[in-house]
Design a protein around this ligand. Structure first.
Ligand code: ADP
Ligand code: MG
Length: 512
């Protein structure tokens, strides 16, 4: 990808050619990962660490791109991921194919403005048709199951589907907190309904295991008095002075502990460090402490428990304390460290948490990605979106409709509307190809079946044939297809409009 263009190449190739080429290459990169038989990518970083995934958004996020045009496609993946939770690979493929179709039209002398107009007509027609394809009487299991097929996690689909539905029917995907802990089988993954799971351990082994009715103090400062070695200069005349200083330091620290205890604090959550003397005090007084929680974790705990984060002991008031019914560590024998459950949250602070595990870090990471997508689409189907048959059915149906619309358009725009229709076929074509079937033949048969009135005919990945009769085996939220279509068309048009790549002035060049 890095060699797709440099400053000198742009003198011999037009900006359109270079940009289209880049988008086609990016689409090629993710194409083989589409669908239930999609292959995984192994992404290696410069420290030798590897990610195994077939998630389109992850592939793009982790791949190093250098050309600025790639930003548009990475942005497309992000838009789809944040609005529809799934469908990124399909969106990138569609953008790539729209660009490829546009390139062919440009070679035939069709102007970019006409292509843009034709693509807009195509998008409008496709979306108009999509809403006629909605299905009723589906189950959330079917939705979650479709989202997980093809990922490694698909092998433990039944178990993960249950977790996914638990989460998606209770909270917004953005409020589901997820922790990854490798070292056990995928089916050891679990969800916690009324609390948050955090990747932290109590600071000191001697601390209590389990706290009921916990009152939580949250600090984003150190709870520590600097040691001599940490740049504090104190001059002592005698050894007794030094001892007295040391005692005083200890007493100061212990008074912090006593102050917290008197206030009724049972759990201390520190954003930074906590003095070992203080930690000892907490342990002896049946209190628990966790430290070095980063800002987002501190905020998560504060929100979930209704507490306020304060910046010094003196600032802490009783009403700043968070509260929950139970806090305890949880672990499996094969894990290298436990996680902490902050559970039984108040009614109005309900959260849902998921712990993803797998035999290796990579497997556990991929379970988390699969669940993340699946929870998103299940929530979408549960709350807002109609669903449609997947497996290429909506794209074939829309392609046929858009082709009909194209036939009514006068002028060269007709060719662009037709091209839009052809571009939609990239989804069933790629699904068939990834399953080892003749893609053209599969799509021809799908089109024939749709032509005969089967608006839900989708690809049989086992034999490249057609499945009809609406068996609800493969369904997905209409919103995923809608968002993908809109965003991919916008990205393709944005790329086609660029007619010049100019190196922008370095903002520091003239001291500006
Ligand atoms: P994306 O990032 O676009 O979601 P996926 O790799 O998840 O990419 O593939 C999604 C596509 O695979 C959708 O078109 C979906 O309908 C299709 N698909 C999923 N399961 C099946 C199946 N069992 N049979 C046919 N198509 C399927
Ligand atoms: Mg998907």
């Amino acid at each position: 990808m890095a060699n797709a263009i440099d400053g000198t190449q742009s003198q011999t190739r037009t900006a359109e050619e270079v940009n289209i080429d880049i988008v086609k290459q990016m689409a090629n990169l993710v194409a083989s990962s589409l669908g239930p038989r999609g292959r995984d990518k192994m992404l290696v970083d410069n420290t030798g660490g590897a990610t195994f995934t077939n998630d389109g958004a992850t592939i793009l996020r982790e791949t190093k791109f250098e050309h600025p045009t790639t930003k548009i496609i990475v942005g497309l993946a992000k838009t789809i991921e944040s609005e529809a939770y799934d469908g990124t690979t399909s969106g990138i493929l569609l953008a790539g194919e729209l660009c490829r179709q546009a390139e062919m039209l440009m070679k035939e002398g069709v102007h970019v403005a006409q292509i843009e107009d034709g693509f807009e007509i195509g998008r409008k027609a496709a979306l108009e048709h999509l809403i006629t394809l909605g299905l009723k009487d589906f189950t959330l299991e079917q939705i979650a199951g479709t989202a997980m097929t093809g990922k490694q996690a698909g092998m433990s689909k039944e178990h993960l589907t249950k977790m996914c539905i638990n989460a998606a029917t209770k909270t917004k995907p953005s409020e589901v907190n997820m922790v990854i802990r490798p070292g056990s089988s995928i089916t050891d993954s679990y969800d916690l309904e009324d609390g948050i799971i955090i990747d932290k351990q109590k600071m000191n082994h001697g601390m209590v295991e389990h706290i009921v009715d916990a009152h939580i103090a949250l600090f984003d400062c150190d709870l520590i008095i600097p040691k001599f070695t940490e740049g504090v200069n104190v001059n002592f005349q005698t050894g007794a002075d030094a001892d007295a200083y040391s005692q005083k330091r200890k007493a100061d620290i212990l008074s912090i502990g006593a102050h917290l205890k008197d206030m009724g604090v049972s759990v201390v959550v520190g954003g930074r460090d906590i003095d070992p003397v203080l930690s000892e005090y907490f342990a002896r007084n049946d209190m628990m402490a966790i430290r070095r929680c980063n800002a987002s974790l501190l905020e998560l705990i504060a929100e979930a428990t209704g507490g306020m984060i304060v910046s010094s002991i003196g600032d802490l008031a009783k009403e700043d304390l968070g509260h929950c019914g139970e806090i305890y560590e949880h672990s499996l024998p094969s894990w290298d460290k436990p996680v902490l459950h902050i559970a039984k949250l108040h009614e109005n602070q309900q959260r849902h948490s998921v712990l993803c595990t797998g035999p290796s870090q990579e497997a556990a990471d991929e379970v988390a990605r699969a669940l993340d997508d699946a929870i998103g689409v299940t929530w979408l189907a549960h709350t807002s979106s109609d669903v449609v048959t997947g497996g290429g059915a909506p794209q074939v149906s829309m392609a046929l409709y858009v082709q009909q619309v194209a036939n009514t358009i006068e002028g060269l725009e007709q060719l662009a509307v037709e091209a839009y229709s052809k571009a939609l076929e990239i989804i069933p074509l790629t699904l068939a190809k990834n399953c080892g079937h003749n893609p053209r033949l599969s799509v021809i048969n799908l089109k024939a079946s749709h032509g005969q009135g089967n608006t839900d005919a989708f690809l049989n990945v086992a034999n490249g044939g057609v499945i009809t009769g609406n068996p609800y085996e493969v369904i997905e939220p209409m919103g995923v297809i809608e968002v993908g279509l809109k965003a991919a068309t916008t990205a393709a048009i944005q790329i086609l409009r660029i007619d010049n790549i100019i190196q922008a002035r370095d903002p520091n060049q003239f001291g500006a």
